[in-house]
Write a protein that binds this ligand. Structure first.
Ligand code: PAF
Length: 309
């Protein structure tokens, strides 16, 4: 926090206790609080959630916390962009007032947080049945980490409403289920994905991309759009759609070979109800989603077809 310039209208809290005092006053004033959980490196996607929170509630709070529990030991916890000053400045430009809780890892995880799940001690939250597939295949402990930190923050912030981006569709499904099953008294809002003008979904990890990689980063969105277009015009057969999308990624991979490495992680067409793969024809709505490595950066995206989360 040393050297941090706090812009007008923005209140920054480093301790949970001080944040709770601020929050308590809002309750005493019978006003409402909208909450946007983030890991910082704010982009227009986050700011659109902030705008939604502002429109729906009297006050807005954000948390900025790079949550160690949702990174596995081989992932980018150490290099994840930490841009607190720029985040606060962007917020101040976007709205007249907001509270930002920026807690320490030690306070968030009083029992400690070992990188290896098998060595961890303390309380963790798991949402079974929704966390192992799709993103969970490559990132088996990711949603345990997300559900744990979001439940901690919902207990701390106690917002009337919380705002998530649809870009992380599985995260939305997991948190929806957690809020429901654990009786969190909060309204969850899932807001549309914000995209760059060419269609690339906004993500803090886009900053990792070199200009050449950025050029190829659209490969996943293009593959999802192809499936959506085929679904509308020619076939509802999920395996056929996935084969066409996979072929598009493979073709792009070959074109890019000399300039940039592209690796498909998965392409999926799943039911929004249970996140299980659609095996034959898509009967109702579905989530078309995927993950692709462009260079070392893992990009995810999704399209909702005839369905809302
Ligand atoms: O979506 C994110 O940025 C994170 O997963 C979240 C919800 C802030 C939890 O760390």
């Amino acid at each position: 926090m040393n050297g941090l310039r706090i812009p007008p209208g923005i209140q920054v809290f480093n301790s949970i206790k001080n944040f709770r005092q601020w929050r308590r006053q809002i309750l005493l004033d019978r006003q409402t609080l909208g909450y946007v959980p983030t890991m910082g490196a704010l982009h227009r996607g986050h700011l659109s959630l902030v705008s939604k929170a502002k429109a729906a509630c009297d006050h807005v709070a954000l948390t900025i916390f790079v949550n160690p529990a949702q990174f596995s030991p081989n992932e980018d916890l150490g290099t994840y962009p930490r841009t607190l000053q720029a985040d606060l400045d962007a917020l101040a430009q976007h709205l007249d007032k907001a509270a930002v809780l920026v807690p320490q890892v030690a306070e968030m995880y009083p029992s400690g947080i070992e990188p290896e799940v098998s060595k961890q001690v303390g309380a963790f939250v798991e949402v079974k049945g929704f966390s192992h597939q799709l993103e969970g295949t490559t990132r088996p402990h990711f949603f345990r980490g997300v559900a744990t930190v979001v439940s901690k923050f919902l207990n701390i912030v106690e917002p009337e409403q919380v705002f998530f981006g649809q870009k992380d569709a599985q995260q939305c499904v997991v948190i929806q289920r957690m809020i429901h099953d654990l009786h969190f008294n909060v309204k969850m809002n899932i807001c549309s994905t914000v995209r760059e003008s060419d269609g690339l979904a906004m993500s803090s990890r886009n900053t990792y991309l070199t200009p050449i990689q950025r050029k190829y980063a659209l490969v996943l969105y293009n593959a999802l759009k192809l499936m959506e277009e085929m679904y509308e015009k020619s076939t509802k057969h999920a395996p056929t759609l996935i084969a066409a999308a996979t072929e598009l990624v493979n073709r792009t991979q070959q074109e890019a070979q000399a300039e940039c490495e592209i690796k498909l992680d998965y392409i999926s067409i799943a039911s929004p109800k249970d996140l299980n793969e659609v095996k034959g024809d898509i009967a109702d709505g579905c989530i078309m989603s995927g993950a692709v490595y462009v260079g070392k950066t893992r990009l995810i995206d999704n399209l909702m077809v005839n369905v809302n989360l």
